[in-house]
Design a protein around this ligand. Sequence first.
Ligand code: PLP
Length: 378
Amino acid sequence: MIYVAKPIVESEEIQAVKEVLKSGMLAEGKVSREFEKKYSEYIGVKYSTVTSNGTTALHTALEAMNIQPGDEVITSPFTFIASANTIAMIGAIPIFVDIDPFTYNIDPELIEAAITPKTKAIMPVHIFGMPADMKQIMEIAEKHDLLVLEDACQAHGAEIGGRKVGSFGDAAAFSFYATKNMMTGEGGMITTNNEELYDNATMVKNHGRGKKGGYSHFQIGYNFRMLDIVSALGIVQLERLPDVIRAQRKNAEEFSKVVNEIDVLTPQKELDGMKSAYHVYAPVLDSDYLTRDDVIDKFRNHDIGARSVYTLPCHKQDTYLNISSWRWAKFVDYPDYSKLQLPNSERIGNQHFQIPSHASINEDERKQILTAIQDIFC
Ligand SMILES: Cc1ncc(COP(=O)(O)O)c(C=O)c1O
């Protein structure tokens, strides 16, 4: 079976982890500082700070931006639920704006209508590694004096006009979960050009400690730190990232040549000047004779681990349908999410399917996937 993800762990990763283990300095320290420095250089920002995962990176960044209970944060409903949940965790209100049906990313044309006096920030998600339209989003944010937090958890190495995602907003959050473009099992990173935001984030993730460490604390914070064992893995994975992106883009390009010829399929669209990282390759099916689940079964019969991911967009998840039971609901006026209709997110949720596009796919496997696409649809 060709699975949708296959983490790359080779002798370099093992050696790097061994060295940290042998050093006896396991917790966040000098290896993490080195990882942050290299990550900042790669993304093209001034500051980065490691966190325990992508969820804690988003959570920390929102707190560091001083988003308050009752504030509204505009985001996409077609995403992993952590994007919305981190907004809700701090008592802020996720406001879901529908997606563009071709890029699957938040539709910038719909954002302004969702802005209210309570709106404080926009959280675009670069879904499946496809950059959101940051030019339009930053223009809207500037016009309405809003902060922007990029959820780049799936988009390490994606670019707009030669510039990496994660360098456009006031801050960005990345995940290094085991299936990501670069991975450390669990792990996360915040990137920013704003020194104050960076300083706040380093306090939020470390029990409100100041730069000098020790036992002086200045605000309530968490333990969202990273291990140096994990950062050592991250440094090696970052070195591999350009090759990984190249391989994923090649796979996507080869698949799309065939997919574009099939009437019932549409691949995710890369807008002009954008370069997706193709963390996920997921076309949309629009057929009278095949259901999405039929298609997934047929791929599996070809030993290809196809699947669908966000079949239920966030506003259709029980979490948001039952928001009145969330602890902040006593203090915060949530919208009635059950009344929300976001047709593009719902349709793409129902009609997309993912096939493996990761960098470990070899020539034979790529052929196997291409043959399966032809067998199923032609
Ligand atoms: C879009 C998006 N946001 C946030 C997260 C959360 O990251 P993590 O799983 O590392 O907490 C993920 C990870 O799957 C994600 O894909």
